[in-house]
Design a protein around this ligand. Structure first.
Ligand code: G6P
Ligand code: ZN
Length: 564
């Protein structure tokens, strides 16, 4: 708050330090902020928090101190939201002071999250800084975020993030090379002290990568044959990528990409591709004569939504369908090494893996946990219930990649989204799925729910609740099979004898209070019962979850704020 801003402001500048001949580094005294602990996906805070004097600088210095990128290449870019411009200039000045050899930055500071990952890998960079708060709203009252990615192109592992956090608690100064803002509108190289700043086309490397994975000629012919689609870029970062791919390369008519101009406040909308915030797209596709395929991506381009005529594909189902059909795309024609899903994601993809005779891994929530599995070639595909799917082509989830994958499946199978889904369920069974979110509950109440459940675990097996019987219950912990690192307390799992499961965890991405997430699923093998309303199919599991966790007693909330 104000007191902290004053304290940090009062620290002031500590003067200039000369190094070598030309490099003029300003060292600024600062004091730690206590709230710079990164969450599931970097440091995400409300814009006014980031606007406190020294707030951005402290966190960036902590990254630079821990990552030690002297003499190496760093990639920087963001989703263009409010503060993107400002933060990039600070990062350039600080990275120059840290002796980084080369900074590759997207034109106008723009790079989608999967594009950062692609550029890190293509350029052999030592790491990258991504500026985004993903699907959270932007603008002066919205959110901002800073995330650090490692040399493999993926979010830095927990140990690195923990070290960065510890550094933020001890920081006493930061260093920068002062000067006027660099012009990031022009492609090419400039120098900042001894550092080369290279401004690149944000789309080029990414599009070239997609061309190696998918058959663009085949997709172009499919669209030319009259198949129509819509892609809603939600006034966020994917607009230029989607126009370059779907309209320019694949020849879809102008207007296929909706809301294609990135805006610093996303036009005042939530750039979150879910049934609530992509309601116009869903409505359009439900109307007579609508295109057969709709899709959307989020603020920074890593999430996706897949829509057919009158239906929305659940992300857990999308992952399973992609796994079952990936061989239709050239890059995956040789088969999959394995697949992975985050623990709360439905078990649909496990059934596909079993059929294919490949391994299926269950990881904690957060894309960073897939990194080691991908690097070690244990998996080819992975995904999460939170609308992310991706593959070994980068180390982030990738919205446009998922859309190209679905477009490939639609082109090769010649069936509608609905037909593909129903056939998938008929073959593998359906995992009905829903997530109930209790947003902005007081932090202590959120913790009370999880702590309460933890205490109940030993007594749960055998308990009968609303027609269901608990078969097993535990708290999920993960041992990374590649590096042996252990992540404890990753969510409470309750398995029921009736093929159902309830999972409870606290969101790691919220910016105020706690969000309790309750993930519900139930398996249905009988095709004649696979077309129920999912609320109806899950009613008993939802009731059992509510009763066991006593959410109302502990939070005063009678029901969720959002059902996804
Ligand atoms: C971000 C991460 C995802 C993760 C999601 C969950 O989007 O990139 O990997 O699944 O957050 O967020 P939560 O709010 O449930 O912690
Ligand atoms: Zn995102």
């Amino acid at each position: 708050g104000a007191a902290r801003a004053l304290r940090a402001g009062a620290a002031g500048a500590a003067g200039l330090v000369r190094r070598g001949e030309r490099l003029l580094i300003t060292k600024v005294a600062t004091t730690p902020f206590k709230d710079q602990r990164p969450g599931t996906s970097g440091l995400r805070k409300a814009v006014p928090v980031y606007q406190q004097p020294h707030y951005i600088e402290n966190f960036v210095q902590a990254i630079l101190d821990v990552a030690d990128l002297r003499g190496k290449t760093l990639v920087v870019g963001g989703d263009g939201r409010f503060l993107n411009d400002h933060a990039i200039q600070i990062i350039l000045q600080m990275a120059a002071a840290a002796g980084i050899a080369r900074i590759v930055v997207g034109r106008d500071g723009i790079l989608s999250t999967p594009a950062v990952s692609a550029v890190i890998r293509a350029r052999g960079a030592a790491g990258g800084i991504v500026l985004s708060a993903s699907h959270n709203p932007g603008g002066p009252e919205g959110d901002f975020g800073i995330k650090y990615n490692a040399a493999n192109g993926g979010p830095a592992p927990e140990s690195v993030m923990q070290a960065i956090y510890e550094r933020t608690l001890a920081i006493e100064s930061y260093s920068l090379v002062q000067g006027p803002d660099l012009d990031l509108a022009r492609l090419g190289e400039t120098k900042l002290a001894d550092t080369v700043v290279e401004v690149v086309d944000p789309v080029e490397t990414y599009v070239a990568l997609m061309e190696t994975l998918f058959d663009f000629g085949r997709l172009k012919a499919f669209l030319a044959s009259g198949f129509r689609m819509r892609f809603d870029a939600m006034s966020a970062v994917t607009g230029p990528y989607a126009k370059a791919i779907f309209e320019d390369r694949l020849g879809a008519p102008a207007g296929t990409v909706l809301n294609g101009k990135p805006l610093p406040d996303f036009g005042g909308h939530h750039p979150d591709p879910n049934p609530v915030h992509a309601v116009e797209l869903i409505r359009e596709l439900a109307s007579p004569g609508a295109p057969g395929f709709g899709a959307a991506s989020d603020g920074d381009g890593d999430r996706n939504l897949i829509v057919g005529n009158g239906l929305v594909v659940a992300p857990s189902d999308s992952l399973a369908v992609i796994a079952a059909n990936a061989h239709l795309a050239p890059a995956y024609a040789g088969g999959l090494a394995g697949v992975a899903r985050s623990m709360p994601t439905s078990r649909a993809v496990d059934r596909v893996a079993e059929r294919l005779g490949i391994r299926s891994y269950e990881t904690p929530t957060g894309w960073k946990f897939f990194g080691n599995l991908l690097d070690a070639d244990r998996i080819t595909l992975c995904g999460e219930e939170s609308a992310g799917t991706g593959s070994n082509h980068v180390r982030e989830k990738d919205g446009i990649w998922a859309v190209l994958m679905w477009l490939t499946i639609l082109a090769e199978r010649g069936e509608s989204v609905g037909e593909i889904l129903r056939q998938h369920w008929a073959t593998f069974g359906r995992d009905y799925y829903a997530r109930h979110d209790y947003e902005e509950v007081p932090t202590e109440a959120g913790e009370a729910v999880i702590n309460g459940l933890r205490g109940l675990l030993p007594g749960l097996p055998g308990r009968k609740v609303g027609g269901l019987t608990v078969a097993a219950a535990d708290e999920f912990a993960y041992t990374d099979p590649v590096d042996g690192s252990v992540s404890q307390r990753q969510g409470i799992r309750i398995f029921f004898e009736e093929g159902a499961r309830a999972v409870f965890r606290l969101s790691g991405t919220g910016t105020s209070g706690a969000t309790i997430r309750v993930y519900l699923e139930r398996y249905e093998a009988d095709p004649s019962r696979q077309n129920l309303d999912s609320g109806e199919a899950l009613a008993a599991v939802a009731a059992a979850a509510r009763e066991i966790a006593d959410i109302q007693g502990k939070t005063g909330r009678a029901g969720p704020t959002v059902i996804a």
